[in-house]
Design a protein around this ligand. Structure first.
Ligand code: SF4
Ligand code: SF4
Length: 559
């Protein structure tokens, strides 16, 4: 049975900001995810919980297995918005989860034997056995999806459980990038298993779930630190770097997503071929890393944030590589020259799983390339924690002298929904004695505007990808230390945009750090119930964005 044969399958997904009607995708994902894929993703999370129930218990007895750890991270990342749209591949992962669950069970039982203990009798996801065909898997998925959870747990508990699950998915994305570059932490894997085990339990309490959500944020801070160490260890600390945003004459490849290792391998393999490599979307910060910018054919940045890719790739005269989220349904015009790597998948799109980019290079050589150089224009990137803290004294002096009145962190995910021009209008309206820190693809709303500088300090500092929220947190921490106050007492306003689960986990990290007064837009998550919002508002004064004018006035007044 093919995915299309089961299109009548019910779905419910509300994990991202563009969810249908602001409540949930029920017929087909606004992102392009079909009901079968959505249901299989739910089943994959369920099967992974079963694996973790045993892995968690085995670990308590000192037995670990790296294959189990890595798989859990990859499986969760696979279910993040705009990563994998291929039902067949997700079905294979469900079966692999069940096979690895058996491995985890054996690991646990032999650890028990060694320790002279009787294995616990478990119930729930650990008994899952995948059906023999796609229709059967979809039927199993319906039993464990959000609608089934709501029936079993009620609205509030499902909302809290979703907050934890979606945060964990976002954290998994960062953990995967770090593990690809050789950085991992055993405590992080233990946390993933422990949290999935907790979610597998029948009825965790609201307090347990809220506490766990903040713990996910705490672990994510550690994971973002690992990823920072992975990126800077492999490629050096980002340096302020002008990046060309207009094309150069010649054959071309554009690389999108977040995976710097894929970009590096491609740069090595395209050396001497005459192909210029361009970054797209969240790959832009790559230009600031010494270990990547040393490649002279890393020619520039092409296009904007992920949601413009269909039009931009259509017009791109070369080949395209999607390394991680966020992929959209490819148009026929470029279906033959787009490739995926890593965990990304779209049915019918050629996948390169081994970093041998020869087919991509051949597609680029067969395409016309840019006919001529466009007039050169550049933007400045590379303001990670090392670069900003390197000029910390200058920044602190400027604050003390009243030359810098306030910092605005305006960043996060971009998206397709109308209303996101709020962020452009807000950035434009920020007074000239204020600095804008930004990160993630939300910056494309304003990163080509001229903001000038304050005594040589650029007024817009691009910290990097969404995971470089870690840099923003380090910068805020260093400023707080210099001024002898808490981060909440700094002249700093956080006005964030969210789209998918990485943004959810960054928000949880900020809440774990006790950061208050965050403004969030363009709309609040559909899985946040009024009761949950009340708790978050009371504890953290988190609030929805209103208008640029009102929010700016409130922020300048320290509210
Ligand atoms: S990921 Fe977002 S757009 Fe896609 S199905 Fe889920 S809620 Fe809808
Ligand atoms: S910041 Fe979020 S929305 Fe933007 S490309 Fe990265 S994952 Fe996608």
């Amino acid at each position: 049975m093919s995915p299309t044969d089961t299109q009548e399958a019910k779905m419910f997904c509300f994990q991202c900001e563009q969810t249908a009607k602001g409540t949930g995708c029920t017929v087909h994902g606004v992102c392009g995810k079909d009901p079968v894929t959505a249901t299989l993703q739910d089943l994959l999370v369920h099967a992974t919980k079963g694996l973790s129930m045993y892995a968690h218990r085995a670990r308590a007895l000192g037995a670990r297995d790296r294959e189990l750890d890595v798989f859990v991270v990859e499986a969760l990342f696979t279910t993040v918005t705009n990563v994998n749209f291929d039902a067949e591949r997700i079905a294979q992962l469900v079966c692999r989860a069940a096979a690895l669950r058996d491995k985890a069970k054996t690991l646990y039982e032999s650890a028990c034997k060694k320790a002279g203990k009787t294995p616990e009798k478990l119930s729930g996801p650990e008994v899952f056995q995948p059906a023999g065909d796609l229709a059967g898997l979809v039927a199993q998925g319906h039993e464990v999806g959000i609608l089934a959870r709501k029936r079993a747990l009620g609205e509030e508990a499902t909302a809290l459980e979703s907050l934890v699950t979606f945060g964990l998915k976002g954290a998994a994305a960062y953990a995967d990038h770090a593990q690809i570059l050789g950085q991992s932490d055993d405590g992080v894997y233990a946390f993933f298993h422990e949290t999935l085990d907790m979610l597998a339990r029948e009825k965790p309490t609201a307090d347990e779930l809220l506490g766990r959500a903040l713990a996910v944020g705490e672990t994510n801070l550690k994971i973002m630190g690992l990823l920072d160490a992975a990126n800077t260890g492999a490629y050096g600390n980002p340096e302020p770097t002008p990046v060309r945003i207009t094309p150069k004459k010649g054959k071309a490849i554009v690389v999108s997503g977040h995976d710097l290792k894929d970009l590096e391998e491609l740069l090595k393999q395209t050396q001497g071929t005459g192909i210029n490599v361009y970054t797209h979307g969240e790959m832009l910060p790559a230009h600031a890393y010494p270990g990547l910018k040393k490649y002279k054919h890393l020619a520039g940045n092409y296009g904007g944030a992920w949601q413009g890719q269909q039009k931009e790739f259509d017009a791109f005269p070369g080949a395209i590589l999607m390394t991680t989220n966020c992929i959209q349904k490819p148009r026929d015009s470029y279906l033959g020259r787009i490739f995926t790597s890593g965990l990304v998948a779209w049915p019918g799109v050629r996948h390169i799983g081994d970093r041998n980019f020869r087919p991509l290079i051949d597609a680029a050589l067969a395409a016309p390339g840019f006919a001529e150089d466009a007039p050169e224009k550049t933007i400045l990137v590379g303001f990670g924690h090392a670069a900003v803290l390197g000029v910390a004294e200058k920044v602190i002096e400027a604050v003390k002298a009243g030359k810098i009145r306030r910092f605005f962190l305006i960043g996060g995910c971009d998206g397709a929904k109308p209303g996101r021009n709020y962020y452009t209008e807000l950035a434009e309206a920020v007074p000239e004695d204020c600095i804008i820190l930004t990160l993630a693809c939300g910056k494309y709303r304003f990163n080509k505007l001229a903001f000038g500088d304050i005594g040589g300090i650029p007024r817009m500092l691009d910290c990097g990808q969404c995971n470089d929220a870690y840099s923003a947190i380090r910068i805020a921490g260093a400023l707080a230390e210099a001024f002898g106050c808490g981060v909440n007492d700094l002249p700093l306003s956080l006005i964030l945009s969210w789209y998918e689960q990485k943004a959810v986990v960054i928000l949880l990290t900020l809440l774990h750090l006790g950061i208050r007064n965050i403004r969030l837009g363009p709309s609040l998550p559909a899985f946040v119930t009024p009761a949950m919002l009340k708790v978050l508002a009371e504890k953290f004064n988190i609030m929805p964005i209103s208008t640029p004018k009102e929010d700016l006035a409130a922020a300048l007044a320290g509210r």
